[in-house]
Ligand binder design. Structure first.
Ligand code: IMP
Ligand code: MG
Length: 226
């Protein structure tokens, strides 16, 4: 059977196109859409193109800090057209969960030795920068060839140590954000959009008050007849 004959028998099922409820129809007094998923997708593509250009001829090691950075990393690597490696680190900060203390403990270290490698740290958001600052000093001791940072969000208003962020997706206002990897009490990492929380007291009183944002219109079959 040739390729045409295979296709005539049905071939692969066509992809379904997802229709998304328009943002204005999403009503909530607790949060507002700050960065819609479509905007994030476009920006991640641009960042990937920039990184592909800058690292041409090299094979960077992208390091994601669990858990928030993992969603961004998963999308970003598919926009980088170079041989690369990924590795993960998990850290816990001492002190209040909502406030970075800068005292960091490595809960899960990298699997690979980054000595001599081009390291790119991929983060969801840099807030005070205390966590990143600790990571940078720890990783520099391992003598990588280079070390740079790519963060989706830069909330510079709260920065404590001065940091040089090579790649930034968006500047983030001084608001608590959830979605696209970012959580509130482990919820909402799977939101395709990033929301800014308007009423933190309401969210604290009912941590499930944003679940309606997880609702999507049912998939609509596109280009399928019969
Ligand atoms: P930093 O040490 O203050 O820069 O803390 C950065 C980390 O805190 C980020 O990687 C996030 O995991 C978390 N974080 C900071 N701001 C937010 C937010 O608005 N929403 C969810 N997580 C946040
Ligand atoms: Mg993080």
């Amino acid at each position: 059977m040739n390729a045409d004959a295979i296709l005539a028998t049905g071939g692969p099922t066509p992809r379904v196109r997802q229709t998304r409820r328009v943002e204005s129809q999403r009503m909530s007094e607790v949060a507002t859409v700050l960065f819609p998923g479509s905007l994030i997708r476009d920006r991640v593509r641009e960042l990937g193109q920039e990184i592909t250009r800058d690292y041409r001829g090299r094979s960077p090691v992208l390091i994601s800090v669990l858990k928030g950075g993992a969603v961004f990393l998963a999308d970003l690597i598919r926009e980088i057209h170079l041989p690369l490696a990924v590795d993960f680190m998990s850290v816990s900060t001492y002190g209040e969960a909502s406030q970075s203390s800068g005292v960091v403990r490595i809960v899960k270290d990298l699997d690979q030795d980054v000595g001599g490698e081009d390291v790119l740290i991929v983060e969801d958001i840099i807030d005070t920068g205390l966590t990143l600052s600790y990571l940078l000093s720890t990783l520099r001791e391992r003598t990588p060839r280079s070390i740079e940072v790519c963060t989706l969000l830069d909330r510079s208003a709260r920065r404590i140590p001065p940091l040089d962020l090579r790649y930034v997706g968006f500047d983030c206002p001084d608001r608590f954000v959830v979605g696209y990897g970012l959580d509130f009490q482990e919820r909402y990492r799977n939101l395709p959009d990033i929301l800014a929380v308007d009423d933190m007291a309401a969210l604290l009183a009912d941590p499930n008050s944003l679940v309606s944002y997880l609702d999507q219109e049912p998939p609509e079959l596109a280009g399928v007849s019969g």
